[in-house]
Write a protein that binds this ligand. Structure first.
Ligand SMILES: *Cc1c(COP(=O)(O)O)cnc(C)c1O
Length: 392
């Protein structure tokens, strides 16, 4: 006898939990563990955003429920952001919905779009929430293959025609977690063509849209002509403005889907605290110099780590975006054996590639989410490790 549903008890184990347990045990023994596993910025939200939150929180009218679709001010700010940043027109009344973080929106979108048994294309190497969301909605995840040699763009040609036909929804995410891969607009054009030809809704997760380096600017799916007929795009303030704990994001695009998600959500939550929406609106409509300052910090960390990885013989490409580096495990190790070795022998947590899909075997993800001094400490420890394989 259990009170727990099959749906929940059959969720895949939360991979980070095992490492966190080991981390605590090591810390009790006095080991100084450096955690490059968790994908969250270490930096604080910009001052002007915090100030706006404080100001808005002092207004009693802001203590009421927001409207279900989010405050008009926030929705307009999202539409203005799309206009100024991507030159795309979005109707703030029908084509934007405020979310309590994009994670919430992604999981609920799946429930708003698919019926039990429906198929959803999920990149084989992706943010785990797509897969668990499909599971919770009673759907079936179909692997969308990605390949390192191809720059991790979706390989639609490798999906069986019957699977393409029966899929109802497809996820993409660029700049990508975990691979840090980036694309140009052509990839989104091809994805929209596939979506149109197969009656699939494309859901693009743009959580790292503004975290880009060395002059690269990430495109939006909404820049593809007629994208709104076939797609929605998720955005988040979590990574770009260091606001993970604030829980504020948005989705834009297809009206019918936005309305369905809004209807579903109106039965689950009552939108986000108004002052948080107001502060987020100010962030989105700012000159983005705070984001640029963040990007410079990540660039510096990335360059430093990339050089060090090369020196110890670990193969990793220099990313053009995200807060991650995606690296190859040295030969002779599985992803999880290598991640465990790093934790046991160097006190450094990284995430084994297999946490993100089967083709993550042989890779690991490093989050660039610690200050430079800590990264230098990581590098010192890496250099002292014996990286010769276990089995060869
Ligand atoms: C962090 C992350 C999110 C979640 O962002 P929130 O808005 O904080 O829920 C969504 N997608 C990807 C790929 C992420 O890495």
């Amino acid at each position: 006898m259990t009170f727990v549903s099959d749906k929940v008890s059959s969720l895949p184990p939360y991979l980070f939990a095992a490492f966190q347990k080991k981390k605590l045990a090591l810390e009790e023994q006095g080991v100084d563990v450096i955690d490059l596993g968790i994908g969250a910025p270490d930096l604080p939200a910009p001052d002007f955003v915090v100030e706006e939150l404080a100001k808005a929180a002092r207004i009693p009218a802001n203590h009421r429920y927001a409207t279900y679709s989010g405050s008009p001010l926030f929705r307009e700010a999202v539409a203005d952001f799309y206009k100024s940043h991507y030159s795309v027109d979005i109707d703030p009344n029908t084509e934007v919905l405020a979310l309590i973080g994009s994670k919430e929106g992604i999981s609920h979108l799946i429930q708003a779009v698919i019926n039990p048994g429906d198929a959803v294309m999920v990149p084989d190497l992706s943010y785990p929430v797509y897969r668990s969301g499909v599971h919770l909605a009673g759907g079936e995840a179909i692997q969308l293959p990605l390949d390192k040699d191809n720059g991790y763009v979706p390989m639609f040609e490798k999906v069986a025609a019957v699977d393409l036909k029966r899929a109802k929804l497809m996820f993409l995410n660029y700049p990508s977690n975990p691979t840090a891969a980036t694309v140009d607009l052509n990839t989104f054009m091809e994805a929209i063509t596939i979506a149109r030809g197969n009656n699939v809704l494309l859901a693009h997760d743009a959580a790292y849209d503004l975290i880009t380096f060395n002059g690269y600017k990430a495109p939006s799916v909404m820049q593809v002509p007629d994208a709104k007929d076939h797609a929605v795009e998720f955005g988040s303030l979590s990574k770009s403005f260091n606001m993970t704990g604030w829980r504020i994001g948005y989705v834009v695009g297809n009206k019918e889907v936005i309305k369905a998600l809004s209807t579903l959500k109106s039965n689950v939550d009552s939108s986000q605290f108004l002052p948080i929406q107001e502060a987020a609106a100010m962030a989105l409509n700012s000159d983005l110099s705070a984001v640029e300052a963040n990007c410079l910090i990540y660039t510096e960390r990335m360059e430093k780590l990339h050089k060090a990885l090369q020196e110890v013989g670990i193969d990793a490409e220099k990313p053009k975006g995200t807060i991650f580096m995606w690296a190859k495990v040295p030969s002779g190790y599985s992803s999880s054996a290598f991640a465990n070795k790093l934790l046991d022998e160097a006190g450094v947590i990284v995430t084994p590639g297999t946490a993100f899909g089967p083709s993550g075997e042989g890779f690991f993800r490093i989050a660039l989410s610690v200050p430079m001094e800590r990264l230098e400490e990581v590098i010192d420890r890496l250099k002292q490790l014996d990286l010769k394989g276990l089995t060869t």
